[in-house]
Design a protein around this ligand. Structure first.
Ligand code: GLA
Length: 408
């Protein structure tokens, strides 16, 4: 599928309709949190480095109401059966495994003394699963936002992000950095976000040039990060930092790395080279983006892809094919740059393209990718979207930070 029109069904209306169908009532709370695409800055977050993601116009919605028993019940349209579990304190991990994103966030809130009552909820999402677009962070942030809507409590914004990241670590077993949860919480329409993952401070970078479009191409090769590759990369980065006497790779320069090259493993050297150069590229890309220097941003994206492919070794043949196709269309055909995005080993590429050529580029990439791999890809464009929000809540409850006017 190739669609550069921004058209897709918003899951808010779907979740509300499904809730009515199941519970014969209006949902009392509706919340939403977006997925993200990372424009540049990969595997830098857990090294204290820089990342430049944007929230996308694909989101996960929870439509919920109070339950009369002691259970939490979740209906996801992606699962055949609803999941039910008792709301105990502390809430442990459990089955089915996808509920651990919800359980982990509720447990984090409990630890902070924020207790919600039992509820039932419908989960609808337009974020593809396993597509490296942070479907799990979107579910975590939606859950944290639902707790805010239900209890009236407002988490400290950074603490909310950290609570969701911890849920991912402890309940989903994925030792992620902070990027996905951060951008799902703090995305702003018309902006990418330059996050400094050492200070946890961030700067909004305008990305609202009407002539530019962000084209996301899902290879439809699922990425699975809870395997050993991601934790192995983290360890290799720590090993490199330790060899240079640094607490984080962010604090190391290429000079520091070259000074220890002879004494460290060749693979560890390349891993660190990716991270150190990726940090430089990310800061440079944010600066170029601020000046609308799209040719420069695009060039940095290609370099980033090569570094991930050759030094960090997190790409796969399908991602490489998708980037090659974009590069072959090139600037004459309206493509400024392209790279794989997210954790790696599958999922999506992100390309910066001319808006008026986006549909043609998307069609061509889709056709040629399918021809070369035999897999039908999914391509779509997205503008930078806003972060997690309360969409509707019973009167009074939606007031305060992060609420959105009731949609339909
Ligand atoms: C996953 C993790 C992030 C980040 C990226 C790679 O998405 O959740 O924290 O490390 O991979 O940049």
């Amino acid at each position: 599928m190739s669609d550069a029109s921004h058209a897709h069904e918003d899951p808010v209306a779907q979740a509300q309709a499904r809730y009515r169908q199941i519970y014969n009532n209006e949902p009392r709370w509706v919340v939403a949190a977006p997925g993200r695409v990372n424009l540049i800055g990969e595997h830098t977050d857990y090294n204290g480095g820089f990342v430049l993601p944007m929230a996308i116009e694909r989101r996960t919605v929870l439509a919920a109401g109070p339950s009369s028993d002691r259970n939490i019940t979740l209906h996801s349209s992606r699962m055949s059966e609803p999941a039910t579990f008792e709301l105990v304190d502390p809430l442990p991990k459990g089955e089915p495994t996808w509920t651990n994103y919800v359980r982990g966030v509720i447990a984090g809130a409990q630890q902070r003394g924020v207790k919600c009552d039992p509820f039932h909820a419908v989960v609808e999402s337009s974020v593809p699963m396993g597509g490296a677009l942070s479907s799990s962070a979107a579910l975590e942030l939606a859950t944290a936002t639902l707790i805010e809507a239900m209890t009236g409590h407002r988490f400290d914004p950074l603490d909310k992000v950290l609570m969701c990241q911890k849920a991912e670590h402890d309940y989903a077993g994925m030792p992620c950095g902070i990027m996905d949860q951060y951008i799902s919480a703090k995305g702003q329409p018309g902006h990418a976000l330059l996050i400094d993952c050492m200070s946890n401070e961030a700067k909004q970078v305008p990305l609202d040039d009407p002539d530019i479009a962000v084209l996301i191409a899902n290879t439809n090769v699922k990425h699975e990060l809870t395997g050993s590759e991601y934790p192995t990369r983290r360890k290799q980065c720590e090993t490199a930092a330790a060899a240079m006497g640094k607490s984080l790779l962010r604090k190391a320069t290429m000079q520091d790395l070259l000074a220890v090259q002879e004494s460290i493993d060749e693979v560890v050297f390349r891993r660190a080279r990716h991270v150190i150069t990726e940090d430089e590229r990310t800061v440079a890309a944010a600066a170029a983006m601020g000046k609308r220097d799209w040719a420069r941003v695009g060039q940095l994206m290609y370099e980033s892809h090569r570094s991930m492919r050759d030094d960090f070794e997190i790409s796969c043949s399908e991602l490489d094919v998708m980037v090659e196709l974009a590069e072959a269309i090139g600037d004459k055909g309206g493509v400024f740059g392209s790279r794989m995005t997210g954790g790696g080993f599958g999922g999506c590429t992100v390309s910066l393209v001319k808006a008026d050529q986006a549909q043609a580029i998307s069609d061509r990439m889709a056709a040629e990718y399918q021809q070369r791999t035999g897999i039908e890809p999914t391509l779509f464009v997205s503008r930078p979207a806003g972060g997690a929000t309360i969409v509707t809540a019973a009167s009074g409850e939606a007031s305060g930070a992060g609420s959105e006017a009731a949609s339909d």
